[in-house]
Design a protein around this ligand. Structure first.
Ligand SMILES: [Zn+2]
Length: 302
């Protein structure tokens, strides 16, 4: 009984297999000559954190699968992927990271990835100065990062070059408009000093002639001492700072303390290291948040 049933399922499997071979045979015959690209499917690209993901997605469109390793709502400084996530990078064609000090773990696996045939791009190479990784917050440098991403994507998927080129041009246009808006809006403001939660806006400040006063250091984890906090309170009072900025993925506590002590208000200035689930749900991206940041800066500096 048992045997005959087993024999029956073997027969069924053989029947199914022959049907598969038969139909796939027909498929191949119908599609002749079958191009190799359609068999391979879309390429897979991995990025380490949000801005790289957003720029890559805008260039790759629907011709590639772009996966961001940083989970939604997680602050990117000090974030490291799980061993399973690292293993998944090896299944991709291209791995895009920014470079130290943002994603130091990426540099460590770069050699192994290359050896296994995965192309890598250190997008911030030569752009990062004084150990400050926040180059994406300067629209001009963000444009340069995007051109580098485009070159890398074309290297692994030359068949779709024209499509990626069109997307890059649209993206460059948006960066140019954003740069123009920042230039025009910030040229007319009365104040130049703005107080940020952590020191993420140095490149942006330099580009548009502003001065950043950060509460924490180059990452939100580098909190000020009691003495430094006291100096910040004195500085904000003497400059008559109207608003203290806080961020969405780090604790607002220090910004709120400083605002309370100086009689200033608080506003969000988003360093775009990652989006919250609410921001993703609302369809926000680099450009919509940079527009909000500009409105906040204008309000704080006029
Ligand atoms: Zn940061």
């Amino acid at each position: 009984m048992k045997f005959s049933r087993g024999y029956g399922s073997v027969g069924l499997v053989l029947l199914i297999l022959s049907l598969i071979f038969f139909t796939s045979g027909c498929q191949a015959a119908k599609d002749q000559p079958s191009p190799s690209s359609s068999v391979a499917g879309p390429i897979k690209i991995y990025t380490t954190f949000y801005p790289l993901y957003d720029f890559t997605k805008k260039i790759a469109g629907d011709r590639a699968i772009v996966e961001n390793l940083q989970p939604v709502g997680v602050e990117p400084h000090g974030y490291e992927p799980s061993p399973q996530q690292v293993a998944s990078i090896y299944t991709g064609k291209l791995f895009i990271f920014l470079g130290e000090p943002m994603d130091p773990w990426a540099k460590k696996i770069e050699g192994q990835l290359k050896a296994k045939g995965v192309m890598t791009l250190e997008a911030g190479k030569g752009l990062i100065e004084n150990n400050d990784p926040h180059i994406w917050l300067d629209p001009v440098l963000a444009g340069e990062i995007s051109r580098r991403i485009f070159e890398a994507v074309v290297t692994v998927d030359g068949d779709n070059k024209g499509y990626y080129e069109k997307n890059l041009h649209e993206l460059e246009q948006k960066f140019a408009v954003l740069d123009q808006q920042y230039r025009e809006t910030l040229a007319g403001v009365a104040r130049k000093d703005f107080v940020t939660s952590h020191a993420a806006f140095g490149y942006l400040a330099k580009r548009y002639g502003l001065k950043q006063i950060p509460i924490s250091g180059l990452s939100p984890q580098e909190e000020p001492s009691v003495q430094q906090m006291a100096e910040l309170i004195t500085l904000c009072r003497s400059k008559g700072v109207k608003y203290i900025f806080f961020e969405t993925l780090a604790s607002p506590k220090l910004s709120e303390t400083l605002a309370r002590e100086t009689g200033a208000g608080t506003l969000i200035l988003n360093p775009l290291g990652g989006l919250t689930p609410e921001e993703i749900k609302a369809g926000e991206d680099y450009f919509s948040i940079m527009a909000k940041n500009l409105a906040s800066l204008k309000k704080a500096l006029e």
